[in-house]
Design a protein around this ligand. Structure first.
Ligand SMILES: [Zn+2]
Length: 474
C-alpha cells in the first residue's frame, strides 16, 4: 500500500470513528475483524516489536512477574478464555497499550512509578478490558476490508508507537503524528474503566488505586503540558473519568491489599536499571538512607542490583548477604548468582542456581541462568541435556533454542547449530531468516543421514508456510 493511501485511510478512519459515534458495544458478531484476524494483526505487530524494537525488554524475571499478575486479572475478566501475553518496553515514561488479540505492552516506567501493586493492576485491568471488549476491532470495523499490514499500521499509528519494520514505517510516523492525540475514543475509555474496575475488584486488589492513579496522571499532564506522559496521549484522562472512578469506590468497604514481595523486587530491579549506573546507585542509596521505601528487603535488593550494575560486585555481595539469610526468593538467588559471576566465581554461581532449582523447578529465569552457567563452565553436554528437557515442556520458547544453538556452536556441531538457530527465527516469526539457517545446515557437511533428512523436512514445511503467508498478505 502506498503511503498516501494509507494516510487517507487512517484519516478517514479517525474522523469517521469520531463523527459516527460507535457501533453497538457488547455485540461482536457484526465486527469486520474476527478474533482470529485480531490475533493475526497482534501477532504481526509482536513479531515486529520482538525483532526490531530496541526497547523490547525480555528480562525473564520482570516478564514472568508481569504475566503472573496479568493472568490473575485475566482470570477475573470478561473473557478468561482469551490468550494474553504481557510484555515490557524499556521506557521510563508511564504507559501501557493493548494490541489486538491479547498482547499488552507495559513501559518499565509504569512499574517504576507505580505507588502500589494495585495501581499497576489497575492499569493492566484497563488494558485487558480494551482487549476483551474488542475495541481495536470496533474501531476498524468502520473500514471495510483491510489487509493485515494496513490494520497493523493503523493500530500502531493509533497507539503512537514507532516501528522500524516493514509495516510501512514512514507512513506510521506521519499518521502517528495526526492520530497521536486521539487514542481511544471517550466511550471506549469509559467502558475500559468500568470493566477494568470490576476485574480489579474481583481479583482482590485495592480499587482505590484506580482514581488515585488517574489523579496523579492528570496532575503530571498539567505539569508537563507538551511533554505529557505517553499514557495520557493514548488514554486521555478527563475529570469525568476520575469522577466515575471515585463514584465506583463510594460505599465500598475498605480493603487493604499488601503488595507482593515479587512486585517490590521487580520494581526495585527496574529502578536500579534506569538512568546511568552512577545515578541509579546514588538515587537508590539515598532512598534507603532516608527510609523512602515501602519494603526494606526490596530497597536493599535494589541497592545491591545497582552496585552490581556500577561494577561494584564486592559491595553488592555484602549488601545482599543479610537478605539471603532472612528471605527466601528466587529473585534474590538470581542476583546472588549474577554477583558471583561478576566476581569471577562461576562455579559458586552454578551451585546456588542448581540448589535453588530444586526448590523452584519451574522458574524460567533461574533455568536460563543455570544453562548459561553450565555453558560458560564448558559443561556443554550437561547444558544440552537440560535444554532438551526444557524444550519438551516449553516447545515455543525461542530463548531455549538460542541456548541450544550456543551450546552446539561451542561443540563445533554446525548442522545442529544452524538447525537450532532456524527454530529461534521461526518462533520469532521471521521465516526467511529461518529458511536461510536451514540452508546453511544443509551445507554444513557435518550431519548424518537422519539429521539431514530432518533439516530437509523442516525446510519444506517452512517454505510452504512462507508461501501461505505471502498469499495471506495479498
Ligand atoms: Zn484506555
Amino acid at each position: 500500500m502506498r503511503i498516501s493511501s494509507l494516510l487517507v485511510l487512517i484519516l478517514a478512519f479517525t474522523t469517521r470513528a469520531l463523527a459516527d459515534g460507535l457501533p453497538d458495544l457488547g455485540d461482536t458478531a457484526q465486527l469486520a475483524l474476527t478474533p482470529q484476524m485480531e490475533r493475526r494483526v497482534g501477532e504481526s505487530i509482536m513479531r515486529d516489536i520482538r525483532l526490531h524494537d530496541a526497547d523490547y525488554d525480555d528480562d525473564p524475571e520482570a516478564s514472568a512477574y508481569l504475566n503472573v499478575l496479568g493472568n490473575r486479572l485475566v482470570a477475573n475478566s470478561q473473557d478468561a478464555r482469551q490468550d494474553f501475553e504481557f510484555f515490557l518496553e524499556k521506557d521510563p515514561t508511564m504507559n501501557a497499550f493493548a494490541l489486538p488479540g491479547g498482547y499488552i505492552g507495559v513501559n518499565t516506567g509504569t512499574i517504576v512509578n507505580a505507588q502500589s501493586e494495585s495501581e499497576l493492576a489497575a492499569v493492566l485491568a484497563h488494558e485487558i478490558a480494551h482487549v476483551t471488549q474488542h475495541h481495536m476491532a470496533r474501531m476498524a470495523s468502520n473500514q471495510g476490508k483491510l489487509s493485515t499490514a494496513a490494520l497493523a499500521a493503523m493500530v500502531l499509528a493509533v497507539l503512537a508507537r514507532n516501528s522500524q519494520a516493514g509495516l510501512a514505517a514512514a507512513s506510521i510516523g506521519q499518521a502517528g503524528a495526526i492520530t497521536a492525540q486521539i487514542g481511544f475514543t471517550r466511550e471506549f475509555e469509559r467502558e475500559a474503566d468500568r470493566i477494568g474496575f470490576q476485574t480489579l475488584q474481583k481479583s482482590g486488589f485495592d480499587v482505590r488505586a484506580m482514581p488515585a492513579f488517574f489523579e496523579r496522571m492528570q496532575k503530571a499532564g498539567r505539569l508537563y503540558e507538551n511533554n505529557a506522559p505517553a499514557y495520557l496521549r493514548t488514554h486521555p484522562i478527563t475529570s469525568e473519568r476520575i469522577a466515575d472512578a471515585e463514584n465506583r469506590i463510594q460505599g465500598l468497604p475498605y480493603k487493604q491489599t499488601p503488595d507482593s514481595l515479587e512486585f517490590q523486587l521487580v520494581r526495585a530491579k527496574l529502578r536500579a536499571e534506569q538512568g546511568t549506573p552512577h545515578d541509579a546507585l546514588t538515587r537508590l542509596e539515598a532512598d534507603l538512607r532516608d527510609k523512602k521505601y515501602s519494603n526494606e528487603t526490596a530497597a536493599r535488593y535494589g541497592v545491591a542490583a545497582a552496585m552490581l550494575r556500577a561494577a561494584q560486585p564486592a559491595r553488592a555481595a555484602a549488601t545482599l548477604a543479610p537478605l539471603l539469610r532472612t528471605t527466601e526468593d528466587p529473585m534474590l538467588v538470581g542476583l546472588d548468582a549474577r554477583i558471583k559471576q561478576a566476581s569471577g566465581d562461576e562455579s559458586g554461581a552454578l551451585a546456588v542456581l542448581q540448589q535453588a532449582l530444586v526448590r523452584y523447578p519451574n522458574n524460567r529465569a533461574l533455568t536460563y541462568a543455570c544453562i548459561e552457567s553450565l555453558q560458560r563452565l564448558g559443561r556443554n553436554p550437561e547444558a544440552a541435556a537440560m535444554v532438551d528437557e526444557q524444550i519438551k515442556n516449553y516447545p515455543h520458547d525461542a530463548r531455549l533454542y538460542a541456548l541450544r544453538a550456543q551450546g552446539y556452536a561451542a561443540l563445533g556441531k554446525r548442522l545442529l547449530q544452524h538447525q537450532a538457530q532456524a527454530e529461534v527465527y521461526a518462533l520469532q516469526g521471521s521465516l526467511p531468516a529461518a529458511i536461510e539457517q536451514l540452508q546453511l545446515a544443509q551445507k554444513s557437511g557435518d550431519g548424518d543421514f537422519y539429521q539431514l533428512s530432518s533439516v530437509d523436512a523442516r525446510l519444506r514445511e517452512l517454505r510452504a508456510q512462507l508461501l501461505q503467508e505471502k498469499k495471506d498478505k495479498q
